[in-house]
Ligand binder design. Structure first.
Ligand code: UTP
Length: 283
């Protein structure tokens, strides 16, 4: 098995974050902290662990905080150095960011995830690229995107991360119909936010994808679907007539931090794994 490359990863961060208003009026949902580290940093670290060299943010005009967060802040670094707090410099601009290229492209209106991805079309030069939705936080020993990349290495095809959803959760996700082939699932179909009667399985797609760049031509032809938005799920379903797409049930703990319940669970989980906070969580 030759190790595939995953050099470019797209982060769509142009959604409204309406479930988190009022805070998301001026702070991007992806900047919400899990104690001291924002969701977007967990996601960027996961992409780098999978081999990403270029991080492409699809942003809106309200998301400049993300751009600032990944920029060098020389003034702050100097002040930390002058006040004998040099050890904090690694936390504000870790070494692993130094060789990463950050690119930004605007989505002028939140017309759906498919539309957000389409905005990155002209920046993608590789045959396959990753997508990470940072509000889906995955805590795992091997990063979730790296796990998907290993399946991509075996199949040289698109791969979707899936999890086993409860019946009541299915209406919130893209749900797949798939056939097991050895330890990998091969997609037959996918449906966005099905009712419990329509759902072909309990395997739901969450915020990790590796897709062929051929998805862009399909997205350009994809008509607005559910909620009048251009749905990535619809484009993936269309791609199945020409290409194989695989799915993989990842190993790790997943928190849907787009919801308040998932966000609070993520903070409690991280705190309970950190020495300083364990006692507080117990209490
Ligand atoms: P969500 O539907 O979870 O995000 O989209 P949202 O719209 O920001 O949140 P709510 O539902 O209003 O609370 C999943 C991901 O896709 C991005 C979001 O930023 C999020 O990371 N997205 C969604 C876009 O970039 N553009 C869109 O038009 C829609």
């Amino acid at each position: 098995m030759s190790e595939a490359q995953l050099k470019q990863v797209v982060f769509p961060v142009a959604g409204l974050g309406s479930r988190f208003l009022p805070v998301t009026k001026s702070i991007p949902k992806e900047m919400l902290p899990i104690i001291d580290k924002p969701l977007i940093q967990f996601a960027v670290e996961e992409a780098i662990q999978a081999g990403a060299e270029e991080i492409i943010f699809v942003t809106s005009h309200t998301k400049t905080a993300i751009e600032d967060y990944f920029s060098k802040n020389s003034e702050l670094e100097t002040r930390l150095r002058d006040s004998n707090k040099s050890e904090l410099i690694q936390t504000i601009y870790p070494d692993y960011l130094k060789n990463i290229k950050f690119s930004f492209v605007r989505q002028n209106e939140p017309n759906g995830l498919g539309h957000a991805i389409l905005q990155a079309k002209n920046l993608i030069t590789e045959d396959f690229f990753g997508i990470v939705l940072a509000d889906d936080l995955i805590l795992s020993d091997v990063g979730c995107l790296k796990q998907l990349k290993d399946i991509h290495s075996k199949t040289n095809s698109s791969v979707l991360g899936v999890f086993s959803a409860s019946d009541s959760e299915l209406k919130n996700y893209g749900v797949i119909d798939a056939t097991q082939e050895n330890d990998i699932l091969k997609l037959n179909s996918i449906i966005e936010k099905p009712s419990i009667n329509e759902a072909p399985s309990n395997l739901a797609v969450f915020g990790r994808y590796i897709l062929s760049k051929s998805i862009f031509n399909i997205l350009e032809e994809t008509k607005p679907g559910l909620n009048g938005e251009i749905q990535l799920t619809d484009a993936i379903r269309s791609s199945l007539s020409n290409d194989s797409v695989f799915a993989f049930e990842f190993q790790g703990r997943r928190f849907d931090c787009g919801s308040k319940e998932g966000y609070v669970s993520a903070i409690v989980d991280r705190a309970s794994h950190l020495e300083n906070f364990r006692e507080i969580v117990k209490k």
